[in-house]
Design a protein around this ligand. Sequence first.
Ligand SMILES: [Zn+2]
Length: 327
Amino acid sequence: MRFSLLFFLSWTLCFSLLFSSFVDGHLLPRNARIALAELPLPSLPSNLRPQATDFSEFDLEAALPPASNTLSQMPVLPTNCAEYVGGPECPSSMTATAVTYEDCGDAFTVCRCDNANMTLDTAVDRLGRVPVGLRRFVGTVFVLENNATRAYTNLSTGDIHLFGDCAMDTWIHEASHTFDFAFFSDFVPSNTTGWKQAIADDSCVPDSYSLRNRVEDFAQMSVLKIYMLLHSGHLPPGFESACMSHQLDFMGTLPLYNAQNLFGNTCAINDGSFGVRKPPVVLDEGRVFMTVPLDPTPSPTATNSACRLKYGEWTLWGAFLFLIFGL
Ligand SMILES: [Zn+2]
């Protein structure tokens, strides 16, 4: 056991040193405990057509039901938050808040830098709108300042770092990473033969960012799958299902991606799955999943300044992908 731990830590350090300086054109901070790095996975084949530039033509915020909450400022900043104070992610000060939602037994920790773009209320509201079935895999949420909005996920802890005014699709994208890697080497949906084959059998992906690799494609497909559940099976205006039907079918094979398990209108969600960081208590039986009207086709001049993945998203992965993918 001790040997395994030392082996793991040593490879973590190796990967930190190897990838912490310069990856994909970005100078990355060295002060992180595990380095920030782009996933060293191959891009998806160029014959796959992105259906959109990004997800800026729709917003899930109004479609996702809010979750009522209670807030409690934490007297002491948790160590995993404190280590970012004074560094590039939060040069000033940070406040930690324990957030308990109506549908989740344990409190989430939201660490907000005092110069963050999102207010605490906005961040708490958006976290609460992440479907509880997905939200329960999320670790600590960091709310941070940046003009170039972006986000990344620590795959080992499920911690999500959000910079700028990140829209709901980004929150769900990052939460999807925490689910994808929650089970470590036992089961990583985006690394299964089924997912790889689904991509190979299709001719398109959701958007340009999905082309980055199969892990990012999985997270973007998760956003669209949740959109479809909320909109009676319809994709956002402008998207078609036929060219990515195998990817959609794969998402449908995962027990999480149905209304009951995602939105928790039954108690079956409390299944004690390994990797779940916030097991919900018995849920409110009066909470009913509701679909919403279809989105209107956007006008060509519509704009959205919220954080979009086209601006860049990093995934913190350390040694995990080495161990999982054998890279
Ligand atoms: Zn991502």
